[in-house]
Design a protein around this ligand. Sequence first.
Ligand code: NOJ
Ligand code: CA
Length: 692
Amino acid sequence: MKRFFMISAVLAATLLQACSGVLDINRVNISSPKGVLKVEFLLLDNGQPAYRFQRGDVTVIDTSTLGFTFKNAAPIALGLAITDTAIRAVNDPWEMPWGEQLHVDNRFNELRVSLVEQQAPNRKLDIVFRIYDDGMGFRYEFPSQGGLDTLIIMDEHTQFQLAGNHTCWWQPGDWDIYEHLYNTTPFSGIDALSKQNHPNLAQTYIPENAVNTPVTMKTAEGLYLSFHEADMGDYTDMTLKVFPSRFLMESELVGNATGVKAVVKVPFSTPWRTVMVTDRAGDLIESRLIENLNEPNKLGDVSWIKPTKYVGIWWEMHLDKASWDMASGKHGATTANTKRYIDFAAENSIGAVLVEGWNTGWDHWIGFDDREGVFDFVTPYADYDLPEVVRYGKSKGVEIIMHHETSAAPRTYEQQLDTAYALMHSLGVSMVKTGYVGKIIPKGEYHHGQWMHRHYQKVLETAAKYGVAVNAHEPFKATGERRTYPNAISREGLRGQEFNAWASDGGNPAEHLSVVAFTRMLAGPIDYTPGIFNIKLKPYKPNNQVNTTLAHQLALYVVVYSPIQMAADLPEHYQGQPAFQFVRDVGVNWEETRVLDGEPADFVTIARKERETGSWFLGSITDENAREQTIVLDFLDTDIPYTSTIYADGAKAHWDKNPTDITITKQVVRKGDTLTLMLAPGGGAAVSFIKK
Ligand code: NOJ
Ligand code: CA
């Protein structure tokens, strides 16, 4: 099958070339390496480029058109002809310096279609498809050409014509934040504008009935689809505008107050527009399509980037036990408190301590419009001795994680970038958490627009220069750039654990991470900050709580992927807790990942093998419904006995009525044994398999 499509395209290209330079063809097919998926590129009668996408006999995307509108030029949409087609088969495996797995298969067939406008200005445009067995990506490439220097893009018109009214897991297309709950509705029921009201954050702008990506769907045939993008480059975030009754989506790029979406210099390539398609929900999580569609590592030796668990002077601020600023009289980031956290980390195999509120500026951030020139990224508060805490930490094998809250005033941050990162470098600090709370200054720019993307990219590249890895909060969404810049170590970009401390809408529901695993997590690592043991948040927040059981919190260390994982609760809440042993033991860097089972918004069970030790860890979480999971341990190595410790919901466990009821049992297991796990409502299970 594969061979047929490849040969037919090549023959068409060579046999039919006309002297005008235009080929007398209007269709080209290409299929994936194993022939599972097939894309057809076609020119409609009016010369408009379009494509169709199939899995076997099932239409995934029906005829969908492609094109652009510009400010400084006529649209590119109609009257195009094919001048050339080129096909190649690529097999280019690579290794992740850190990640969900060590070895990555990267096998695809590529089709390049070169187009030209048949009338003046006769602009040229290539459309390139890369087709894998679990999905495909395509992008627009504007080659160098006379008379085309800069394009002011008013919008990209990439359509995705769905073949039915699929079940969708979606969140509103927001130009400022990704911190929304996911909704489960048929496609025809997507109504993003009804989600405008966002009580908890200052910044949010939802201009259209559109969805953020990744957006995930299930078809009537049982196929799982997920739409996203890869390799952002110098561009802007794509949301997908929804036409509910037509089952149609079209790219709606994030712009700014001028109405412009992106300004690009030719030659130029857009990000890849990606569609994953699998017949098992778990295969979406196992897919490495997004990273494969990015360029290889540009940073060379990145052995200085160390996956780690960490604790932080953080949750105590979200609980209002302490504050970021000093004037309140309950400043969290003091030298003494930091040393307390360092001691706790050292005693519990935790490699790092995040310290928020260490620098001046916190008395003038949230709620202020004049935030420029306020935060200072090199000057500690008087009660915080930065060199001393770094020294003390290093003496105990614990790193300090630096914190840069910019209050969404990126120009102030950029002015200090070099000095701030040089300071970290001089101290031997190799990780920073950044933050962008508030509306972007200058007014009229949005977190997810091109202007901000350039800022995030500048921060990432400056950080790499100084040997620093970045964990961005209020970030630009991940599009797989961690392959090219492995110092993009993790990010937020979802409703994190912190919402449970203060959200006025009841916090994250029990199903939250069972949806996140099949949506946001397909983009890349998540700094969710799991591990809250004091689930009811007493005595600090009597009206808030975490809506899961304790065993569910443990399972998140495996289910939610990040190479840096926080033990987010206060150290005193871990004292004397036998369940904390799982947090001590669990790995953060994986050789292999197996998604054993799962269904978006219901449950998910994942097993991962730790790189250095070969130990396996399993996490299983459920929504508000109790479930039984029977797990065949066929992922374990042959003939080796493992000691498994099972942290399971107790018989009376319930996310609300009895969240901390947990049982811990040990047994020796081998490959092929089965394990039955009972998950309580809002519950979960965490299992370690350590070689005896
Ligand atoms: C929002 C971040 O998500 C949170 O983790 C941080 O503590 C605050 N901003 C302050 O920077
Ligand atoms: Ca559910």
